[in-house]
Design a protein around this ligand. Structure first.
Ligand SMILES: CC(C)(COP(=O)(O)OP(=O)(O)OC[C@H]1O[C@@H](n2cnc3c(N)ncnc32)[C@H](O)[C@@H]1OP(=O)(O)O)[C@@H](O)C(=O)NCCC(=O)NCCS
Length: 232
């Protein structure tokens, strides 16, 4: 049985980077999350350091408030994306909150009735690998396909990494008293953007299913063999 487990681990190791981009780097697959992902989101947010929670939520949030925030996320109104690792832990999460134009700070920037606000966080260990950028790009594409032409972001102007991502995406940035409002005008959707998003979601869903099944298989092997269980 030890041999079986070794073979399974070896197989998983070889499978892990099968989905790679043209440069050979593992692809970052962004998946739209459902309410079932609340516990993943909660674990992700609770693991953020205090300073990162401040950057992400604009205010210092206790564990209790973070829990309440996650419980109240409205998946029927907003769209939340995630990037998972092999152990199905969220490496990053991007939140597109849709609000009526009049209720936002960029009401003059569009004639469309709805504006999207984007918030993002990436686990400390996964930073600098492009996860935040991919979540942003997916959010922007989703807005286009949802007929929203203005993507808005509010953050501290001292947030150099986020400012860099915003500038790289071509966002218009207005700085004011240490805070920054950034917004991006998006082009209308076309058949290519709709197809691209559908394909991205298919790939991320398939990737998630494979990871979930491999985990279930390992649990089952551990259960019947006792291998991998913590020693009493
Ligand atoms: C902001 C955040 C989401 C970025 O995630 P990430 O996955 O590390 O971002 P990426 O790897 O996609 O991109 C980082 C970019 O910033 C650049 N960068 C890193 N440090 C930088 C710095 N000090 N100054 C300027 N740019 C910097 C990197 O070179 C990279 O740019 P490139 O893609 O052009 O090479 C992450 O740092 C985070 O979770 N921060 C805490 C929460 C937060 O600030 N949220 C944003 C407010 S909504």
């Amino acid at each position: 049985m030890t041999k079986l487990r070794t073979q399974l681990l070896d197989c998983l190791e070889r499978c892990k980077d099968v989905i790679a981009d043209a440069s050979g780097k593992p692809m970052i697959l962004v998946k739209e999350l459902s309410p079932r992902a609340r516990r993943h989101l909660l674990r992700h947010f609770l693991a953020l350091e205090e300073k990162d929670r401040l950057l992400r939520f604009g205010t210092k949030l206790s564990d209790e408030l973070v829990t309440r925030y996650v419980e109240r996320l409205d998946f029927s109104r907003d769209t939340i994306f995630g990037v998972y690792d092999r152990k199905l832990r969220l490496l990053g999460a991007g939140h597109l909150a849709f609000a009526p134009r009049e209720a936002t700070r960029v009401s003059g920037a569009t004639i469309k009735p709805i504006v999207a606000e984007f918030g993002v966080s990436v686990a400390t260990a996964a930073r600098g690998m492009g996860v935040g950028t991919k979540l942003f790009e997916r959010g922007a594409m989703h807005c286009r396909n949802a007929d929203v032409d203005t993507l808005y972001m509010h953050c501290l102007s001292s947030n150099k990494v986020m400012m860099h991502i915003a500038a790289k995406a071509g966002m218009e940035i207005q700085r004011d008293y240490g805070e920054a409002d950034a917004y991006l005008k998006l082009k209308p959707a076309n058949s290519a953007t709709v197809f691209q998003e559908a394909m991205a979601e298919q790939a991320a869903t398939l990737d998630y299913i494979v990871k979930a099944n491999v985990r279930a298989l390992f649990k089952w092997v551990a259960k019947i063999t006792g291998i991998g269980k913590p020693k009493a």
